[in-house]
Design a protein around this ligand. Structure first.
Ligand code: NAP
Length: 348
């Protein structure tokens, strides 16, 4: 928490936006570089890993640990070296003037010589009838948060990637039966998870099927599905639906300001630079390929090291002479996702 007794400088050296693994790592490295960094957590404290039951592929923790535990360890380590954490949500960044301006929903306004954007991604919705109405009433995007409430129940998980399979395995701790509904007949998930799911007696698979509606009056009673090969429609009775059909980048702050790719990820070069000098990005907001805790940590580290270099050049030569903004990015039209409709879905 920011210490009221030590006021922040009029112009921050660097502000990190986002509190997932990329953000904390950027905080750790910029703190150890004596940049007195400020990290603004965002509403989704800890990012996606904080809603992960168990992380067993982050090196250094052979016994595995929970997502929230890992986030707390990362935070503690970064703060030990001088990172200041603000529990606030950024509502606007101004990128066409330097120092940059960061405004928050709590009415704060900061100026910063550099920014490290680590705003991550959020779950994609199915966008079928009933999903919005029944969210929180049997439809969930977080097994870690809600699994406990489904003790002795019959559940479905939608999706075929690592998240779907991992969380389906977790849900077997509570549910009597978990059916994974996948649109193909082959899982995208990694082999170790596939093997575990196939070996789990409580898990069944509904192949080549998509959910066309989630049904129930006040609580989930079933899902309507359609076979993708035959077009045949049917209904499955269930008590709960966990949706894991991928993620969308949290890019609201960047439209018309920074270059985004066709999927809405920030475009960065290998040095984690965006198209504006002094603004860097790390983690799933710019990574559409790897999306691992370990890769986000690496990207956060790279972004922090480049920020340090940028600031040294800036101190020596000023903003326009910083010499890092001559990169040529392809002119890609700003991508506008169907964000408003999706947001309505969650905040039912
Ligand atoms: P993902 O890998 O993109 O998988 C999304 C799944 O949802 C796919 O199986 C996809 O089907 C399906 N899907 C997408 N849109 C759909 C729709 N409209 N209707 C029905 N199904 C739909 O997403 P993820 O599982 O969330 O994983 C994201 C990243 O995080 C991946 O890189 C993953 O490896 C990583 N991750 C890793 C771990 C781990 O290492 N333990 C755990 C969780 C996540 P198709 O297969 O047909 O495309």
């Amino acid at each position: 928490m920011a210490d009221e007794k030590s006021p922040r400088p009029a112009v921050e050296e660097t502000i990190i936006i986002g509190s997932g693994p990329a953000g904390w790592t950027a905080g750790l490295y910029t703190a150890r570089a004596n940049l007195n960094p400020l990290l603004i957590t965002g509403n989704d404290y800890g990012g996606q890993v904080s809603i992960t039951y168990e992380v067993e592929n982050y090196p250094g923790f052979p016994e595995a640990l929970s997502g929230p535990e890992l986030v707390e360890k990362m935070k503690e380590q970064a703060e030990k070296f001088g990172l200041t954490t603000e529990y606030d949500h950024v509502s606007e960044i101004v990128t066409d003037q330097h120092p940059f301006v960061v405004r928050t929903v709590n009415g704060k306004e900061y100026k910063a010589k550099s920014l490290i954007l680590c705003t991550g991604a959020r779950p994609r919705y199915l966008q079928v009838p009933g999903e919005k109405e029944l969210t929180g009433k049997g439809v969930s995007y977080c097994a870690t948060c809600d699994g406990f409430f489904f003790r002795g129940k019959d559940l479905v998980v939608v999706g075929g990637g690592d998240s779907a399979v991992e969380e389906a395995l977790f849900l077997t701790k509570f549910a009597t039966k978990v059916r994974i509904i996948h649109r193909r007949d082959e899982l995208r998930a990694s082999k170790i998870l596939r093997d575990r799911a196939f070996a789990n007696e409580k898990i069944e698979f509904v192949w080549n099927s998509v959910v066309t509606s989630i049904n129930g009056n006040g609580s989930v009673s079933g899902v309507s599905i359609e076979n993708t090969l035959t077009g045949e429609a049917s209904e499955l009775k269930t008590d709960g639906v966990f949706v894991y059909v991928g993620h969308l980048p949290n890019n609201d702050l960047y439209h018309g300001k920074l270059h985004l790719d066709e999927d809405g990820h920030l475009i960065t070069d290998k040095k984690m630079r965006t198209n504006v000098a002094g603004i860097f990005a790390a983690g799933e907001i710019q990574d559409k390929v790897f999306k691992q805790v370990a890769t986000s940590v690496g990207q956060g580290c790279s972004a922090a090291m480049q920020t340090e270099k940028f600031l040294a050049e800036f101190e020596a030569e000023g903003y326009h002479g910083a010499g890092v903004d001559a990169r040529e990015f392809p002119e890609i039209p700003t991508f506008v996702p169907q964000r408003a409709a999706e947001r309505e879905l969650v905040l039912a």
